[in-house]
Design a protein around this ligand. Sequence first.
Ligand code: DWN
Length: 404
Amino acid sequence: MNCRISGKKLSIVNDFGKQPLGNGFLNKEDFDNEFFFNMKTGFCNESKMFQLIEQPNPKKMFHENYAFFSSSSENMKEHFRNWSNQIIKSIEKKNDPFIIELGCNDGIFLENIRDNNIRHLGIEPSANVAQVAKNKDINVITEFFNANVANKIKDQNGKADYFISANVMCHIPHILDVAKGIELLLNENGILVFEDPYLGSVINKTSYDQIYDEHVYLFSAHSVNYLFNKVNMELIKLEPQSTHGGSMRYTLGKIGKYQKDLSVEYYLNLEKKDGVENYEKMLDFNNNVLKHKNEFNKILNKIKKENLNICGYAATSKSTTMLNYCQINSKIIDYIFDTTDIKIGKFSPGTHIPIKDMKKFKESDYKYSVLFAWNHQKEIMEKETNYMNNGGRWIIFQPEIKII
Ligand code: DWN
């Protein structure tokens, strides 16, 4: 019940009941031994950190059978290409620059760094996705990062100019130790840049499906500044991103090394104005979550009463929270279609809906599809035009519940 950053007591925000692992896709024979944990969230009035109260052991979630491969979205590939180009440009005058990425997954970001012959290192605890990156000739170590690992990397490679991370920092419970490791690894003018789903966006959109076992934190400007001030680092820039339904890119340097961009004050003030650093706002969020659940169930039940079939589009980690919290099983959704080999033929965590190959989606004649990968809506709508042309309808639940 204590904040992982400040040590102060947390105030409870949400109770999602028993939840399985977000990426715990499983075979039929494993149904009886499925793992569940109590998923509650809390807010710390001191650090302003929104966090899970209990999180399963990271080794249960990130391992040699990790089910998420970052390169499953073309738009995300483009996002990482653009970001890496910006970074490459900023170091073009540097002699032998060194870039580290925490949680490099299948190398979606570092492959652009490798293409430019820049010294780099990826750190990735999930061996199967790390292997995909290694096969692309990217330098990767398969480890959970902490201050000890940081020391080893420093001894072997020296300090870094950039420490990068995308959709990873919010997964790490021992984040304070990680922050110490980052500070230790960065040279005097070294820069940390990371992006993660933004607490302000989750609250504004009521996108509570961003809360699952892997996402132990939802960051804000306030909480990130509080966390990194503890290791002599500070925010120097904030840039909102449209990825993953509303993310924030945080840039930090060692205290006093860089002039702060106006965006820092802007977002700190905005969070105060919107109440994103206020427990009352978290309680409003919880009320909106309850309303969203009821409305979503109502729409699905109405379709089922008309004897129409519903499928799911993309077996995302986020869908695990939606399905288990709203108690939606295979009586309501027949199948979920997905592109990931390791998920196909298995069943959704907790609710046991069969996962089918996305190739079969085109042959199916589902009148209704729930868009679980709502964060990739643009990319998906562009490639699935035939579905709507043939009379198919999307059930969208973000940023509002509607049928299109
Ligand atoms: O933080 C995390 C984010 C970045 O990625 C992780 N904890 C896990 C993962 O979350 P997610 O599973 O909710 O991510 P996505 O990117 O919203 O969904 C990926 C899934 O969607 C994959 O199983 C592939 C599938 N997909 C698909 O079948 N067709 C995705 C796209 C874009 C598609 O067109």
